[in-house]
Design a protein around this ligand. Structure first.
Ligand code: 13P
Ligand code: SF4
Length: 364
């Protein structure tokens, strides 16, 4: 999806880091309780220090839903998260994304047209009433609305297992999008075999499958992935273990299945943080997730050795778009009485997406 962020006005890109920090402090003070800043764990420290609450995508959606007072929610994260916040907050609240180009390449791998086409194609070969669509939080509001209409739900990496168990109480088959890895890793964790899963390639007729494969599979996994998490490999784990035989490997479930199988623990960003906190002093932990979270954990736990599983840094380039300059700009515009970069979801879409999000919130 094309979202064009206009260049920042003069006085932002050339301001010094200290000057921007002073201006953010002043703008936040002027706005007081009218503004609430949310920060996803992948944000850089420079931005994270301004967050009134931080969390993973599930935690932040809960916080947004419970945040009834603030008139403005400034979301330091990516577009799909801001959309979810807009859906879950009240009509008197406005959600703002400091840089409109902060999207998610994985979320963009599934769009409404291709999912509707897939649904129709599946309906031609199997009983569609027994298929439950589940979308990962990392998807557009339009896809969340689609699953809301079709009796499905949203999930995040921290509740995928509970949501999938819920889905299999309602049907025999799940169409899971857009992240094949989260679907596969969770399915295996629940006891399903890899032979019960098929990848649905939206570019091919019937997803590249034959009728029997569609009929027999329990999981139809959309051919989507996160380029940040897909980089972590078994070879990285072997190299780490060779150097640190007692070290612990903790991965995010967006990593490839072989990587997850070879690691010691797997879970959402919040889970990863709790694992590090619970580890004893002296522990050596390799983490397979976005580098800003790994670096923050390393700084916050100097008594432990925390490293990225991939020695080559792998930041999420879209999360990285949020910086102090953009944050300062949106806050100062609010002080001046102008709302810029508001993320809005149209009423019809929001109504059905909310159904899917609220199903998720009720499951866990
Ligand atoms: P979490 O659900 O763990 O916050 O992850 C979101 C995300 O975008 C991971 O790449
Ligand atoms: Fe999307 Fe991957 Fe970035 Fe998460 S880390 S926001 S899934 S591109």
């Amino acid at each position: 999806m094309l979202r064009l962020q206009s260049p920042l006005p003069e006085g932002y890109t050339d301001a010094s880091p200290d000057a921007l920090a002073d201006r953010i402090i002043a703008a936040k003070a002027a706005l007081g309780s009218r503004v609430f800043v949310l920060g996803h764990h992948y944000q850089r420290d420079e931005v994270m220090r301004w967050a009134d609450a931080r969390g993973d995508s599930f935690g932040l959606s809960r916080i947004a839903a419970d945040q009834h007072e603030a008139e403005f929610i400034v979301f330091c994260g990516v577009h799909f998260m801001a959309e979810s916040a807009d859906i879950l907050t009240g009509p008197h609240q406005k959600v703002i994304l400091p840089d409109l180009n902060a999207g998610c390449s994985m979320a963009d791998m599934a769009d409404l047209d291709s999912v509707e086409e897939a649904w129709e194609a599946i309906a031609e070969v199997t009983d569609i009433d027994r298929v439950v669509p589940i979308t990962y939080m990392n998807s557009s509001a339009a896809l969340k609305a689609f699953v809301g209409r079709k009796g499905g739900a949203v999930c995040t990496s921290s509740n995928a297992r509970a949501v999938l168990a819920w889905a299999f109480e309602r049907g025999d088959k799940v169409l899971f999008f857009p992240d094949q890895h989260l679907g596969r890793n969770t399915g295996v964790q629940m006891g399903y075999g890899l032979e019960e899963m098929r990848v649905w390639n939206p570019r091919l007729d019937l997803g590249g499958l034959d009728e029997r494969e569609v009929k027999e599979s329990k999981f139809l996994l959309w051919k989507g992935h996160c380029s940040v998490h897909q980089r972590f490999t078994v070879a990285h784990i072997e190299a780490f273990r060779a150097e640190h035989p007692d070290g612990l490997v903790v991965t995010h479930p967006e990593c490839a299945h072989e990587t997850v199988v070879a690691s010691d623990r797997v879970g959402s960003t919040d889970f990863i943080i709790r694992e590090v906190e619970a580890a004893p002093a002296g522990a050596v932990i390799a983490i397979a997730t976005e580098i800003h979270l790994v670096q923050r954990l390393a700084n916050e736990h100097p008594d432990k050795t925390i490293v990225s599983l991939d020695p080559l840094i792998c930041p999420c380039s879209t999360m990285f778009r949020i910086d102090d300059a953009h944050l300062c700009w949106v806050l100062e515009r609010l002080v001046a009485g102008e709302v810029v970069n508001q993320i809005t979801v149209d009423e019809e879409t929001a109504q059905w997406a909310k159904v899917a999000l609220e199903r998720m919130l009720a499951i866990v």
